[in-house]
Design a protein around this ligand. Structure first.
Ligand code: PGA
Length: 251
């Protein structure tokens, strides 16, 4: 397995002070930890303060969104260069909560990934099916087309890196992760789909696949044995430093 990456998605759950407090306690819990890539993704308004707290800890900073233009009259949006200025190295793109609530389309997701790569930000691209899509028997098609639409036409070279987060929408925030064997099947599908886009050497060097959806300190180790597994995108369990550290230690 390449260096595992564990990404905390704090969503809109914390204010600035609470984010600073949590970043401090995560930093304390993980002091001295080696060989794992840890990323905290607070809300936009907390990025700067959280960035200061984790500056010397080895923990990295990520954003939960970005706009696909470099600059201009786009009220309420954030430019990739601003995120870089704040020390962000990662951006979550195409999270199902944005696809559902903000009606983010595959085209927007694609444009955001492109602008991240052009600005040396590592996109964490979320894909995954809803419960109805799974019950209908077309979960694989959904994930396949999300990937193709998000990633077609992108060049991966130099230091450009990409993370694919497989997140079955119906288990996010449910407290019940999917069966790791099903996650394994999705990982294989993702891996096969990537082969339609790039040669193996590019995939190996530039892309990692992680799982997200109700990961906790207890179920984490069941996923870590899966082929193509490289880490986690963690929501609820990342809001408790102890639990988050437990996930990190479990893999
Ligand atoms: P969850 O969220 O861990 O609370 O299920 C994961 C995510 O939305 O990225």
């Amino acid at each position: 397995m390449p260096v595992p990456i564990i990404i905390a998605n704090w969503k809109m759950s914390l204010g600035v002070n609470a984010s600073v407090k949590l970043a401090l306690s995560v930093g304390n819990k993980l002091r001295g930890m080696r060989g794992k890539e840890i990323v905290l993704c607070p809300s936009f308004t907390s990025l700067s303060r959280v960035g200061e707290v984790i500056a010397k800890t080895g923990i990295k900073l990520g954003a939960q969104n970005v706009f696909w233009k470099e600059t201009g009259a786009y009220t309420g949006e954030e430019a990739p260069s601003t995120l870089c200025e704040l020390g962000c190295q990662y951006v979550i793109v195409g999270h199902s909560e944005r696809r559902q609530n903000i009606f983010e389309t595959d085209e927007m997701v694609h444009n955001k990934i492109r602008v991240c790569l052009e600005n040396k930000l590592m996109p964490i691209v979320c894909v995954g099916e809803t419960y109805a899509e799974r019950q209908g028997g077309y979960a694989n098609d959904v994930v396949f087309y999300q990937l193709i639409k998000a990633l077609s036409g992108l060049t991966l070279s130099g230091s450009r890196q990409l993370i694919i987060a497989y997140e079955p929408v119906w288990v996010i925030g449910s407290g019940r992760a999917i069966n790791p064997l099903d996650a394994g099947k999705a990982f294989r599908l993702i891996h096969r789909t990537l082969y339609d886009l790039w040669p193996e050497r590019i995939i190996k060097k530039h892309i990692r696949i992680v799982y997200g959806g109700s990961v906790d300190g207890k179920n984490a180790r069941h996923f870590s044995q899966l082929e193509f597994f490289s880490g986690f995108l963690v929501g609820g369990s990342s809001l408790r430093a102890e639990e988050f550290a437990g996930i990190i230690k479990a893999i």
